[in-house]
Design a protein around this ligand. Structure first.
Ligand SMILES: *Cc1c(COP(=O)(O)O)cnc(C)c1O
Length: 373
């Protein structure tokens, strides 16, 4: 029988209500609700600093940010080498922009794109590589940079899981040509819904990104010089982002405590493996995935069901791999990414969020271990 209230896989970081109300009071006074007003400009500056990049234009969500990135780089036809072990958004952004995703298999230990398999997939039509820092585990950034440079390809990171991390002394956003961060409610840091594109240099690129974000408009004119969309972040969302940024270290701290309880509990369990952060990563504790061994009699689904009976809701994240989506039926070869497919069938993300206590993590770990024993 459930012993307390349900525990979901995630729960958003929320600032104190009165702090948010105070933050939005000036919006009521100014009547400026959107169009890169004062809240937007403050958050953009705050995130440029936090992510340690020259530019961090903000968007209505991370998915639109990815799409705008591709269009601003002029990528409207050709192939993008990417991973099928990701959230729908990565693959959908590529397809929606008229590009063809070419799926590369993943590393079985950190679930990021396996760079040793990329070069065999490069053709004269390849334009870019779009890897994902899965669960906040950094991709093999130096090797990817070498491949991208050697073949003249753009390197665009889906960094939705890696907000604010530091890797090998560099901010995670400093790797590659551009990084997309999702500020969705389910992420480590949220503006309710939102997204950011982080990059260095390229001032002309910033202007292009901002134009595409707003119907392709040339600043202060009714004319459009580019084909654009509407992907603007509102002042209310920016205000939420400003408040949550002040509390982010508390959210990450609470996540870290639960993470360490899990890590201790599963350390000597032979049936599951969990993630190990590289020593030179300053992590954000975004997710706690467990990978059930292929030879274990208990399946990932058995564990998810046992947890659900206790009112604990883990998530099969990512399952299925995106190349298997019904929307793409028959379009992509699934058998060419066997590791991604196998991992997707054995992985389960346990609840991890700032409202969880170490005792919650203990209780969840006990259910998992009892199911496996
Ligand atoms: C959440 C997420 C996105 C999309 O972000 P939204 O802000 O929800 O549009 C993209 N990629 C990955 C890996 C994600 O987890």
């Amino acid at each position: 029988m459930p012993s307390s209230s349900p525990i979901y896989v995630t729960s958003p970081g929320l600032p104190p209500l009165d702090e948010f109300v105070q933050e939005i009071a000036s919006i009521w006074e100014s009547g400026i609700l959107t169009h890169q007003g004062p809240k937007y400009r403050q958050l953009e500056r705050d995130l440029e600093q936090y992510l340690r990049v020259d530019h961090a234009p903000l968007f209505a969500n991370g998915h639109l940010a990815l799409q705008v990135a591709l269009r601003a780089l002029g990528l409207t036809s050709g192939e993008v080498i990417t991973t099928p072990f990701t959230f729908a958004s990565t693959t959908m952004a590529i397809v929606e922009c008229g590009l063809t995703p070419v799926f590369c298999d993943i590393d079985p230990t950190d679930f990021t794109i396996d760079e040793s398999k990329i070069e065999a997939l490069i053709t004269p039509n390849t334009k870019a590589i779009m890897p994902v820092h899965v669960y906040g585990l950094p991709c093999h950034v130096e090797a990817l940079e070498d491949i991208a440079r050697k073949h003249g390809l753009y390197l665009i990171y889906d960094a939705a899981h890696a907000f604010g991390e530091t890797f090998r002394g560099k901010a995670i956003a400093q790797y590659g040509d551009m990084s997309m961060f999702s500020l969705h409610a389910t992420k480590v840091y949220n503006s309710v819904e939102g997204g950011a594109l982080a990059f260095n240099g390229h001032d002309g690129l910033l202007a292009k990104i901002c134009a595409i974000r707003q119907f392709g408009e040339i600043a202060h004119s009714a004319d459009s010089e580019l084909v654009g969309t509407n992907a603007k972040m509102t002042e209310i969302h920016a205000a939420m982002g400003i408040c949550n940024l002040r509390h982010l270290s508390e959210y990450i701290d609470a996540r870290r405590k639960a993470f360490l309880v899990y890590k201790g509990a599963f350390a000597s369990c032979p049936s599951i493996t969990t993630i190990t952060y590289p020593a030179d990563l300053d992590p954000n504790y975004a997710y706690y995935p467990v990978l059930v061994s292929g030879s274990c009699a208990i399946s990932r689904d058995d564990i998810a069901d046992a947890l659900a009976k206790e009112d604990i809701y883990a998530r099969k994240y990512f399952y299925p791999i995106t190349s298997e989506f019904t929307a793409f039926r028959g379009r992509f070869p699934i058998q060419e990414t066997p590791i991604a497919k196998s991992v997707s069938e054995r992985i389960l993300c346990l609840p991890l969020h700032p409202q969880m206590t170490p005792d919650d993590a203990k209780r969840i770990a006990r259910v998992v271990l009892t199911t496996l024993s």
